[in-house]
Design a protein around this ligand. Structure first.
Ligand SMILES: [Zn+2]
Length: 375
Protein backbone atom coordinates (compact mmCIF):
# COMPACT_ATOMS: atom_id res chain seq x y z
CA UNK A 1 0.00 0.00 0.00
CA UNK A 2 0.97 3.60 -0.47
CA UNK A 3 0.13 6.84 1.27
CA UNK A 4 -1.64 7.88 -1.92
CA UNK A 5 -4.11 5.01 -1.33
CA UNK A 6 -5.32 6.68 1.87
CA UNK A 7 -8.64 8.41 1.21
CA UNK A 8 -8.88 12.06 2.25
CA UNK A 9 -6.92 13.12 5.35
CA UNK A 10 -4.04 14.73 3.48
CA UNK A 11 -3.00 16.63 6.58
CA UNK A 12 -2.66 13.49 8.75
CA UNK A 13 -0.77 11.69 5.97
CA UNK A 14 1.62 14.60 5.61
CA UNK A 15 2.15 14.71 9.34
CA UNK A 16 3.00 11.01 9.80
CA UNK A 17 5.18 10.94 6.70
CA UNK A 18 7.13 13.87 8.05
CA UNK A 19 7.54 12.21 11.46
CA UNK A 20 8.97 9.08 9.84
CA UNK A 21 11.23 11.01 7.42
CA UNK A 22 12.65 12.96 10.34
CA UNK A 23 12.98 9.75 12.43
CA UNK A 24 10.80 11.40 15.05
CA UNK A 25 7.91 8.95 15.15
CA UNK A 26 6.78 8.86 18.80
CA UNK A 27 7.07 5.52 20.55
CA UNK A 28 3.29 5.44 21.00
CA UNK A 29 1.08 7.11 18.41
CA UNK A 30 -2.71 7.02 18.53
CA UNK A 31 -4.61 7.34 15.25
CA UNK A 32 -8.23 8.00 16.12
CA UNK A 33 -11.48 9.01 14.46
CA UNK A 34 -14.97 7.79 13.71
CA UNK A 35 -15.61 4.34 12.25
CA UNK A 36 -15.45 4.34 8.46
CA UNK A 37 -12.29 6.44 8.07
CA UNK A 38 -9.00 4.87 6.92
CA UNK A 39 -7.08 4.67 10.20
CA UNK A 40 -5.89 1.08 10.06
CA UNK A 41 -4.84 1.50 6.43
CA UNK A 42 -2.75 4.51 7.44
CA UNK A 43 -1.13 2.53 10.28
CA UNK A 44 -0.23 -0.20 7.80
CA UNK A 45 1.32 2.18 5.28
CA UNK A 46 3.22 3.86 8.11
CA UNK A 47 4.76 0.55 9.17
CA UNK A 48 5.63 -0.30 5.58
CA UNK A 49 7.18 3.13 5.00
CA UNK A 50 9.09 2.96 8.26
CA UNK A 51 10.60 -0.39 7.31
CA UNK A 52 11.28 0.29 3.62
CA UNK A 53 15.00 0.92 2.94
CA UNK A 54 14.25 2.38 -0.50
CA UNK A 55 11.55 4.98 0.14
CA UNK A 56 11.22 7.54 -2.56
CA UNK A 57 8.91 10.46 -3.32
CA UNK A 58 7.36 10.05 0.12
CA UNK A 59 6.18 6.50 -0.57
CA UNK A 60 7.44 3.01 0.27
CA UNK A 61 9.13 1.44 -2.79
CA UNK A 62 6.61 -1.43 -2.95
CA UNK A 63 9.10 -3.95 -4.36
CA UNK A 64 11.82 -4.58 -1.75
CA UNK A 65 11.60 -7.74 0.40
CA UNK A 66 10.35 -5.68 3.35
CA UNK A 67 7.57 -4.06 1.29
CA UNK A 68 6.61 -7.43 -0.13
CA UNK A 69 6.34 -8.89 3.36
CA UNK A 70 4.09 -6.00 4.29
CA UNK A 71 1.94 -6.47 1.22
CA UNK A 72 1.38 -10.12 2.12
CA UNK A 73 0.86 -9.25 5.80
CA UNK A 74 3.83 -11.33 6.86
CA UNK A 75 6.36 -8.74 7.95
CA UNK A 76 8.60 -10.25 10.61
CA UNK A 77 8.88 -7.08 12.73
CA UNK A 78 5.25 -5.96 12.54
CA UNK A 79 2.78 -7.39 15.01
CA UNK A 80 -0.96 -6.93 14.94
CA UNK A 81 -3.24 -7.09 17.95
CA UNK A 82 -7.00 -6.86 17.69
CA UNK A 83 -10.12 -7.83 19.63
CA UNK A 84 -10.92 -11.53 19.66
CA UNK A 85 -12.83 -13.88 21.83
CA UNK A 86 -11.84 -16.70 24.12
CA UNK A 87 -13.00 -19.96 22.63
CA UNK A 88 -14.03 -21.29 26.01
CA UNK A 89 -13.62 -20.29 29.64
CA UNK A 90 -10.24 -21.91 30.09
CA UNK A 91 -8.81 -21.08 26.72
CA UNK A 92 -5.78 -18.82 26.69
CA UNK A 93 -6.12 -17.62 23.13
CA UNK A 94 -4.08 -14.73 21.78
CA UNK A 95 -4.20 -12.93 18.43
CA UNK A 96 -1.81 -15.40 16.79
CA UNK A 97 -4.60 -17.97 17.05
CA UNK A 98 -6.73 -15.77 14.78
CA UNK A 99 -4.03 -14.59 12.40
CA UNK A 100 -5.41 -16.29 9.29
CA UNK A 101 -8.79 -14.64 9.79
CA UNK A 102 -7.01 -11.36 10.42
CA UNK A 103 -5.15 -11.59 7.10
CA UNK A 104 -8.45 -12.35 5.41
CA UNK A 105 -9.94 -9.29 7.11
CA UNK A 106 -7.13 -7.00 5.93
CA UNK A 107 -7.46 -8.39 2.42
CA UNK A 108 -11.25 -7.86 2.48
CA UNK A 109 -11.03 -4.31 3.87
CA UNK A 110 -7.94 -2.79 2.26
CA UNK A 111 -9.23 0.76 2.29
CA UNK A 112 -11.23 1.20 5.46
CA UNK A 113 -11.52 -1.36 8.21
CA UNK A 114 -15.04 -2.51 9.01
CA UNK A 115 -15.65 -3.80 12.54
CA UNK A 116 -18.90 -5.48 11.48
CA UNK A 117 -16.99 -7.51 8.94
CA UNK A 118 -14.48 -8.52 11.61
CA UNK A 119 -17.34 -9.77 13.78
CA UNK A 120 -18.64 -11.79 10.84
CA UNK A 121 -15.22 -13.35 10.28
CA UNK A 122 -14.90 -14.16 13.98
CA UNK A 123 -18.32 -15.79 13.85
CA UNK A 124 -18.72 -14.40 17.29
CA UNK A 125 -22.33 -14.39 18.24
CA UNK A 126 -22.40 -14.68 21.97
CA UNK A 127 -19.75 -12.46 23.45
CA UNK A 128 -18.09 -9.14 22.77
CA UNK A 129 -14.54 -9.55 21.47
CA UNK A 130 -11.79 -8.11 23.66
CA UNK A 131 -8.02 -7.94 23.82
CA UNK A 132 -7.09 -10.19 26.71
CA UNK A 133 -4.13 -10.22 29.07
CA UNK A 134 -2.63 -13.20 27.26
CA UNK A 135 -2.24 -10.99 24.18
CA UNK A 136 -0.53 -8.27 26.24
CA UNK A 137 1.96 -10.88 27.44
CA UNK A 138 2.45 -11.87 23.81
CA UNK A 139 3.13 -8.25 22.81
CA UNK A 140 5.65 -7.85 25.67
CA UNK A 141 7.44 -11.01 24.58
CA UNK A 142 7.61 -10.04 20.92
CA UNK A 143 8.70 -6.48 21.60
CA UNK A 144 11.48 -7.65 23.95
CA UNK A 145 13.08 -9.82 21.28
CA UNK A 146 15.60 -8.23 18.96
CA UNK A 147 14.21 -7.24 15.62
CA UNK A 148 14.73 -9.53 12.66
CA UNK A 149 15.48 -7.26 9.76
CA UNK A 150 14.48 -3.74 10.65
CA UNK A 151 15.57 -0.89 12.85
CA UNK A 152 12.14 -0.78 14.46
CA UNK A 153 9.61 -3.33 15.63
CA UNK A 154 6.06 -2.12 15.23
CA UNK A 155 3.08 -3.18 17.29
CA UNK A 156 -0.20 -2.11 15.70
CA UNK A 157 -3.06 -2.39 18.18
CA UNK A 158 -6.46 -2.11 16.53
CA UNK A 159 -9.19 -0.88 18.87
CA UNK A 160 -7.20 -0.35 22.11
CA UNK A 161 -10.54 0.65 23.67
CA UNK A 162 -11.24 -3.09 23.73
CA UNK A 163 -8.19 -3.92 25.85
CA UNK A 164 -9.47 -5.39 29.06
CA UNK A 165 -8.26 -3.43 32.08
CA UNK A 166 -5.82 -6.13 33.17
CA UNK A 167 -4.50 -6.37 29.60
CA UNK A 168 -4.10 -2.57 29.36
CA UNK A 169 -2.34 -2.41 32.70
CA UNK A 170 0.09 -5.07 31.64
CA UNK A 171 1.07 -3.00 28.59
CA UNK A 172 1.36 0.28 30.44
CA UNK A 173 4.98 0.05 31.50
CA UNK A 174 6.21 -0.86 28.03
CA UNK A 175 4.23 1.96 26.44
CA UNK A 176 5.61 4.33 29.07
CA UNK A 177 9.23 3.17 28.89
CA UNK A 178 9.61 1.29 25.64
CA UNK A 179 12.74 -0.25 24.24
CA UNK A 180 14.51 2.05 21.80
CA UNK A 181 13.49 -0.05 18.82
CA UNK A 182 9.75 -0.27 19.66
CA UNK A 183 6.98 1.71 18.03
CA UNK A 184 3.34 1.36 19.03
CA UNK A 185 0.62 2.51 16.67
CA UNK A 186 -2.81 2.43 18.30
CA UNK A 187 -5.84 2.66 16.03
CA UNK A 188 -9.08 3.65 17.71
CA UNK A 189 -12.72 4.13 16.71
CA UNK A 190 -13.50 5.49 20.16
CA UNK A 191 -10.60 7.25 21.86
CA UNK A 192 -12.83 8.11 24.85
CA UNK A 193 -13.08 4.41 25.60
CA UNK A 194 -9.32 3.88 25.98
CA UNK A 195 -8.02 3.44 29.52
CA UNK A 196 -6.91 6.92 30.63
CA UNK A 197 -3.41 5.85 31.64
CA UNK A 198 -2.75 4.42 28.16
CA UNK A 199 -4.39 7.33 26.36
CA UNK A 200 -2.29 9.90 28.21
CA UNK A 201 0.94 8.17 27.17
CA UNK A 202 0.25 8.50 23.46
CA UNK A 203 0.73 11.26 20.94
CA UNK A 204 -2.47 11.63 18.97
CA UNK A 205 -3.51 12.32 15.42
CA UNK A 206 -7.18 12.57 14.51
CA UNK A 207 -8.43 11.34 11.15
CA UNK A 208 -11.39 13.20 9.74
CA UNK A 209 -14.61 11.91 8.31
CA UNK A 210 -14.46 11.56 4.52
CA UNK A 211 -16.41 13.98 2.36
CA UNK A 212 -19.33 12.73 0.26
CA UNK A 213 -17.54 13.48 -3.07
CA UNK A 214 -14.50 11.42 -1.93
CA UNK A 215 -16.72 8.45 -0.99
CA UNK A 216 -18.63 8.80 -4.29
CA UNK A 217 -15.44 9.00 -6.30
CA UNK A 218 -14.17 5.82 -4.62
CA UNK A 219 -17.40 3.96 -5.47
CA UNK A 220 -17.27 5.17 -9.06
CA UNK A 221 -13.62 4.21 -9.53
CA UNK A 222 -13.66 0.83 -7.82
CA UNK A 223 -17.18 -0.42 -8.49
CA UNK A 224 -17.89 1.16 -11.87
CA UNK A 225 -20.87 3.13 -10.58
CA UNK A 226 -22.19 6.06 -12.56
CA UNK A 227 -21.17 9.33 -10.92
CA UNK A 228 -24.78 10.27 -10.09
CA UNK A 229 -25.64 6.86 -8.60
CA UNK A 230 -22.41 6.92 -6.59
CA UNK A 231 -23.32 10.30 -5.11
CA UNK A 232 -26.82 9.04 -4.26
CA UNK A 233 -25.33 6.09 -2.35
CA UNK A 234 -22.56 8.15 -0.72
CA UNK A 235 -24.70 11.00 0.59
CA UNK A 236 -26.74 9.15 3.26
CA UNK A 237 -23.58 7.35 4.47
CA UNK A 238 -22.34 10.69 5.80
CA UNK A 239 -18.66 10.03 5.10
CA UNK A 240 -18.69 6.46 6.42
CA UNK A 241 -17.39 4.48 3.47
CA UNK A 242 -18.40 1.14 4.98
CA UNK A 243 -21.98 2.28 5.28
CA UNK A 244 -21.90 3.35 1.61
CA UNK A 245 -20.48 -0.05 0.61
CA UNK A 246 -23.17 -1.85 2.63
CA UNK A 247 -25.97 0.04 0.95
CA UNK A 248 -24.36 -0.47 -2.46
CA UNK A 249 -24.26 -4.24 -1.85
CA UNK A 250 -27.84 -4.17 -0.64
CA UNK A 251 -28.85 -2.48 -3.88
CA UNK A 252 -27.20 -5.17 -5.94
CA UNK A 253 -28.74 -7.90 -3.75
CA UNK A 254 -32.14 -6.30 -4.26
CA UNK A 255 -31.63 -6.41 -8.01
CA UNK A 256 -30.62 -10.08 -7.84
CA UNK A 257 -33.66 -10.92 -5.69
CA UNK A 258 -35.97 -9.08 -8.05
CA UNK A 259 -34.64 -11.03 -11.05
CA UNK A 260 -35.15 -14.34 -9.22
CA UNK A 261 -38.65 -13.35 -8.09
CA UNK A 262 -39.67 -12.35 -11.64
CA UNK A 263 -38.32 -15.61 -13.01
CA UNK A 264 -40.18 -17.65 -10.39
CA UNK A 265 -43.47 -15.95 -11.23
CA UNK A 266 -43.02 -16.28 -15.00
CA UNK A 267 -42.08 -19.96 -14.82
CA UNK A 268 -44.88 -20.65 -12.32
CA UNK A 269 -47.38 -18.98 -14.65
CA UNK A 270 -46.15 -21.12 -17.56
CA UNK A 271 -46.08 -24.21 -15.30
CA UNK A 272 -42.59 -24.97 -16.59
CA UNK A 273 -41.56 -27.53 -13.98
CA UNK A 274 -38.25 -28.39 -15.64
CA UNK A 275 -37.06 -24.80 -15.51
CA UNK A 276 -38.52 -24.34 -12.04
CA UNK A 277 -36.31 -27.20 -10.90
CA UNK A 278 -33.27 -25.35 -12.30
CA UNK A 279 -34.49 -22.19 -10.62
CA UNK A 280 -34.74 -23.97 -7.26
CA UNK A 281 -31.20 -25.27 -7.67
CA UNK A 282 -29.84 -21.81 -8.38
CA UNK A 283 -31.61 -20.20 -5.44
CA UNK A 284 -30.50 -23.07 -3.21
CA UNK A 285 -26.91 -22.15 -4.11
CA UNK A 286 -27.35 -18.92 -2.19
CA UNK A 287 -26.10 -19.24 1.35
CA UNK A 288 -28.80 -20.28 3.80
CA UNK A 289 -29.14 -16.81 5.34
CA UNK A 290 -29.34 -15.18 1.93
CA UNK A 291 -31.99 -17.56 0.63
CA UNK A 292 -34.06 -16.73 3.72
CA UNK A 293 -33.67 -13.03 2.97
CA UNK A 294 -34.76 -13.78 -0.58
CA UNK A 295 -37.91 -15.59 0.60
CA UNK A 296 -38.80 -12.73 2.87
CA UNK A 297 -38.29 -10.43 -0.16
CA UNK A 298 -40.72 -12.61 -2.19
CA UNK A 299 -43.31 -12.46 0.54
CA UNK A 300 -43.05 -8.68 0.67
CA UNK A 301 -43.31 -8.41 -3.13
CA UNK A 302 -46.51 -10.44 -3.18
CA UNK A 303 -48.10 -8.12 -0.62
CA UNK A 304 -46.81 -5.02 -2.46
CA UNK A 305 -48.40 -6.31 -5.67
CA UNK A 306 -51.69 -6.86 -3.92
CA UNK A 307 -51.56 -3.26 -2.65
CA UNK A 308 -50.60 -2.10 -6.15
CA UNK A 309 -54.03 -3.18 -7.32
CA UNK A 310 -55.62 -0.73 -4.91
CA UNK A 311 -54.11 2.16 -6.91
CA UNK A 312 -52.79 4.03 -3.92
CA UNK A 313 -49.16 4.63 -4.91
CA UNK A 314 -48.48 6.33 -1.57
CA UNK A 315 -48.99 2.93 0.11
CA UNK A 316 -46.50 1.16 -2.17
CA UNK A 317 -42.76 0.84 -1.52
CA UNK A 318 -41.38 -0.34 -4.85
CA UNK A 319 -38.19 0.51 -6.68
CA UNK A 320 -38.56 1.66 -10.27
CA UNK A 321 -37.54 -1.77 -11.50
CA UNK A 322 -40.12 -3.49 -9.26
CA UNK A 323 -42.84 -1.05 -10.17
CA UNK A 324 -42.33 -1.69 -13.87
CA UNK A 325 -42.88 -5.41 -13.28
CA UNK A 326 -45.85 -4.85 -10.98
CA UNK A 327 -47.66 -2.82 -13.63
CA UNK A 328 -48.10 -6.11 -15.54
CA UNK A 329 -47.92 -8.70 -12.75
CA UNK A 330 -50.12 -7.21 -10.00
CA UNK A 331 -53.45 -8.39 -11.53
CA UNK A 332 -52.41 -11.99 -10.78
CA UNK A 333 -52.31 -11.31 -7.05
CA UNK A 334 -55.70 -11.10 -5.43
CA UNK A 335 -57.60 -11.61 -2.21
CA UNK A 336 -57.79 -15.35 -2.80
CA UNK A 337 -54.06 -15.98 -3.15
CA UNK A 338 -52.11 -13.17 -1.47
CA UNK A 339 -52.03 -14.70 2.00
CA UNK A 340 -51.59 -18.27 0.77
CA UNK A 341 -48.60 -17.30 -1.35
CA UNK A 342 -46.98 -15.37 1.47
CA UNK A 343 -47.51 -18.39 3.67
CA UNK A 344 -45.60 -20.57 1.18
CA UNK A 345 -42.61 -18.25 1.30
CA UNK A 346 -42.71 -18.10 5.08
CA UNK A 347 -42.92 -21.90 5.41
CA UNK A 348 -40.06 -22.45 2.98
CA UNK A 349 -37.87 -20.01 4.96
CA UNK A 350 -38.79 -21.82 8.15
CA UNK A 351 -37.92 -25.24 6.71
CA UNK A 352 -34.61 -23.97 5.31
CA UNK A 353 -33.77 -22.51 8.72
CA UNK A 354 -34.49 -25.96 10.16
CA UNK A 355 -31.64 -27.34 8.01
CA UNK A 356 -33.89 -29.00 5.44
CA UNK A 357 -32.69 -29.67 1.90
CA UNK A 358 -33.01 -26.25 0.26
CA UNK A 359 -33.37 -27.56 -3.30
CA UNK A 360 -36.28 -29.81 -2.41
CA UNK A 361 -37.97 -27.19 -0.23
CA UNK A 362 -37.69 -24.49 -2.91
CA UNK A 363 -38.90 -26.74 -5.72
CA UNK A 364 -41.82 -27.92 -3.65
CA UNK A 365 -42.70 -24.31 -2.88
CA UNK A 366 -42.39 -23.34 -6.57
CA UNK A 367 -44.83 -26.10 -7.55
CA UNK A 368 -47.39 -24.78 -5.06
CA UNK A 369 -46.94 -21.28 -6.51
CA UNK A 370 -47.86 -22.63 -9.98
CA UNK A 371 -51.25 -23.54 -8.53
CA UNK A 372 -51.75 -20.40 -6.48
CA UNK A 373 -50.88 -18.00 -9.31
CA UNK A 374 -53.94 -19.21 -11.26
CA UNK A 375 -56.33 -18.87 -8.35
ZN1 LIG B 1 10.33 -1.06 0.02
Amino acid sequence: MRFSDILGNEQAVKQVRHLIDADRLPHALLLYGEPGVPKLALARVMAQYLHCPHRHDGEPCGVCPSCRQHETMNHTDTFYSFPYWRKDKNSEACCDDFIERWREFLADCPVVEDYQHWLELLKNENSQPEILVRESANILRKMSMSSFTSKYKVSIIWLPEKLRDDAANKLLKLIEEPYDDCKFILVSDNAQGILGTIYSRTQRIELRRLSTPIVAQYLAQHYGMEAQDALAVAAPADGNINMALHSMRQDSELHEFHQAFVELMRLAYMRNLGKLRNWAERVADMKREKSRRFLSYCSRQVRENYIYNLHHPELNYLTREEQQFSSRFAPYINEANVERMSEQFRLAAQHIAGNGNSKIILFDMAVRITILIKV
